[in-house]
Each structure stands twice: as structure tokens, then as C-alpha cells.
Write a protein that binds this ligand. Structure first.
Ligand SMILES: Nc1ncnc2c1ncn2[C@@H]1O[C@H](COP(=O)(O)OP(=O)(O)OP(=O)(O)O)[C@@H](O)[C@H]1O
Ligand SMILES: [Mg+2]
Length: 328
């Protein structure tokens, strides 16, 4: 690997070759490099179709960039403006940092069960973890992070929204904005229509978008936690072991067969919610949608085209950060 790399670098630094007569081929054979153009039945040449672009190409590149900076944060200058998003979930607390142009800078994820069904059940623990994540990011970036946007899952009461905000403030962020999760997710995916289904750890949020507006939102108490319970029951494991087993791609075949009925139930819940709306696409986000082929189960069950971005777990936290209206 190292040798290969040094060879490439040597190649890059080689002085450009002087062109000499011998270097220039006397005649360029036309047909050698170019593929013969396709012809229709009348012999007319048919223009080449441009490479098919998926509607999530840009979103996927954005998410992959986020993945990279979570492993290796990007260096930022003292005057660079930063945006922060805090996602307090049932399974994970995620903090995403972007620059003012929404380019990923850094991120942290901590698995913790401080929230249940959208309600903060372990307030002090949540604050302690978030403070640590903030401190870690500030240390790496050598910058203070003053503000953060946070989010509320769909269907949460105002009282609980306040608690989520309080956690973020107790961790010494000033809350610049509180957004709703599906809107945050749709901004990352750059979509204006369809249903965004966020299958997290303990909840599944269903939101319908029409022309960029959320016209319907609901939250159901089902998520990855239930898949792990099924795996634990079937394989006689404790919950923690089942959770690890479930996310290990090596166990895909077994896990897929076990959880399929639960995922079908989730798809059925989605069908019930979107009845009466004109939904042509379902977009899957949330950590549970990292499960390989989950989109196939949804598509087959609902009969609606189902699209899943790269690393769906990061979508909502990134969208929250995009909505930080005050820069740190
Ligand atoms: N590769 C994977 N395969 C299956 N499930 C996965 C995978 N990776 C993560 N998960 C599941 O994703 C869930 C966590 O997702 P996420 O971080 O979106 O939840 P959350 O935001 O904390 O929860 P909620 O939105 O319900 O409050 C967990 O149940 C976890 O087991
Ligand atoms: Mg979530």
C-alpha cells in the first residue's frame, strides 16, 4: 500500500515530459478509443443517455462527508462560522457540526437510553453525556461551541419539547432553534414531496411532505428496540447481546428472517398513516433503516417506491445542524 502510494506520488511529481516528434502518433486511429455510436432502425445515430443520477446522489455525498469527519474532524479556522445540531434520541445522542455552507466539520455519537418515546427520562445523565460530547468537540476543534439547534420528534407535547431544550441548555449551549425532525431530515435529502419515515430506536416518526411543507405528522412507539427484543427472544440472548448481534452484517440472513414480520408491521403502520394522502415515495431514515434491505420490505408491503439514503442514522442530526440559526 505504502509502496503503491509512493509510486503514485512520484508520478505526480515527475517533471512533465517534453513533447517530441516521436511522442506524437502519426495517425490517430479514430475507432480505437471511441465506442461506435448506437444507431436506430433507420441507421440514424442515437445520442448517448447521460449516466442515471439518483435523486439522493447529493444527499449521499453529504452524508458520506459527515461520516468522514466523525472519524477525522476537519480543521477549522478561528473565524470560521460553525453550526451545531443536537439530536437527543431514544438510543443515541448525536451532535453534528457543519460550517456556514453546511459542509460537515465534526460529529460525535454516544449510545445512551436517556429518552423514551420522545420523553427525557434520565435528565441528569442526558446533560452529563451532552456536556462531555460538547467538551470533546470543542477540544478537537479548539473552538467554543456556543449555540445549537435541537429537534423534537413528531407528535411530542410542548412540555416535553421544553425538557429537550432544557437538556441542551444545561449542557451549556444556547438553543438557537428547535426544529421538527422530519423537516430536518427532508432538508438533508433535498426532497419536497413524499413520506419521511424515521425508524429510530424506540419510535417511528411518519411525516408527509407536500411542496416542502409537513402536512401530516405522527409518532408511533415502535423501532429498533423491538427488533432487538425479537432477536433476543428467538435466539435466547440477553438484550445487549441481541442488539450487537442485530447490527452485525455477518448475521444478516438470520436477523432479516427474524425481524421481517416486525418490519412488515411497521410498514403496515405507515400505510395506515398515509391513507388519504397522495404519497408516491417513502424515504427511510433513522438508525433502524441501516438494516440491509429494510427498504425492500417496505416497498413490497406498501407498494410504494421506497428510497433509503446512505447511513440513514445521520440524516436527522445533520438536518438539525443545518437549522442552527446562530453561528458559533
Ligand atoms: N446496521 C444496523 N442494523 C439494524 N439496526 C441498526 C443498525 N445500526 C443501528 N441500528 C439501530 O438503530 C437504532 C438507533 O437509531 P437512531 O439513532 O436513529 O435512534 P434514536 O434517534 O436514538 O431513537 P428515536 O428516534 O426513536 O428517539 C437502534 O435500535 C439500533 O439498534
Ligand atoms: Mg431519532
Amino acid at each position: 500500500m505504502a509502496r503503491k502510494l509512493s509510486r503514485i506520488l512520484l508520478g505526480v511529481n515527475d517533471p512533465p515530459k517534453k513533447s517530441s516528434k516521436q511522442d506524437v502518433p502519426k495517425e490517430t486511429p479514430k475507432e480505437v478509443s471511441e465506442e461506435a455510436p448506437k444507431q436506430d432502425s433507420k441507421g440514424k445515430s442515437v445520442p448517448k443517455k447521460p449516466a442515471k443520477k439518483s435523486i439522493l446522489d447529493d444527499a449521499n455525498a453529504f452524508i458520506m462527508d459527515m461520516e468522514k469527519v466523525m472519524k477525522r474532524p476537519r480543521a477549522v479556522g478561528k473565524d470560521d462560522k460553525l453550526k451545531v445540531g443536537v439530536d437527543l434520541g431514544t438510543s443515541n445522542i448525536v451532535v453534528a457540526v457543519l460550517d456556514e455552507n453546511n459542509k460537515p466539520v465534526a460529529g460525535e455519537l454516544f449510545s445512551a437510553n436517556v429518552v423514551r418515546d420522545g420523553i427525557v427520562v434520565e435528565y441528569l445523565n442526558a446533560v452529563t453525556i451532552l456536556r462531555k460530547l460538547k467538551g470533546k468537540l470543542e477540544g478537537t476543534l479548539n473552538r467554543e461551541l456556543l449555540y445549537a439547534a435541537t429537534a423534537i420528534p413528531s407528535g411530542i407535547s410542548t412540555g416535553n419539547t421544553k425538557v429537550i431544550q432544557n437538556v441542551v441548555e444545561a449542557a451549556e449551549f444556547q438553543v438557537s432553534n428547535v426544529v421538527d425532525e422530519p423537516t430536518a431530515a427532508s432538508e438533508v435529502l433535498k426532497i419536497k414531496n413524499g413520506a419521511v419515515v424515521d425508524v429510530g430506536g424506540g419510535t417511528t416518526g411518519i411525516s408527509i411532505l407536500q411542496d416542502g411543507e409537513v402536512v401530516y405528522s405522527a409518532d408511533e412507539p415502535t423501532g429498533g428496540h423491538h427488533l432487538s427484543l425479537v432477536v433476543a427472544g428467538a435466539l435466547q440472548m440477553d438484550y445487549e447481546a441481541a442488539e450487537k448481534y442485530k447490527v452485525d452484517i455477518k448475521n444478516y440472513n438470520r436477523v432479516f428472517t427474524l425481524v421481517r414480520p416486525v418490519v412488515e408491521k411497521m410498514a403496515d403502520i405507515v400505510v395506515q398513516h398515509i391513507k388519504g394522502f397522495n404519497v408516491n415515495e417513502i424515504y427511510l431514515v433513522g438508525g433502524t433503516c441501516c438494516l440491509k434491505d429494510i427498504e425492500k420490505i417496505f416497498e413490497k408491503y406498501t407498494g410504494i417506491k421506497t428510497i433509503k439514503p446512505h447511513d440513514p442514522l445521520l440524516v436527522t442530526p445533520m438536518g438539525i445542524a443545518m437549522n442552527d440559526t446562530k453561528f458559533s
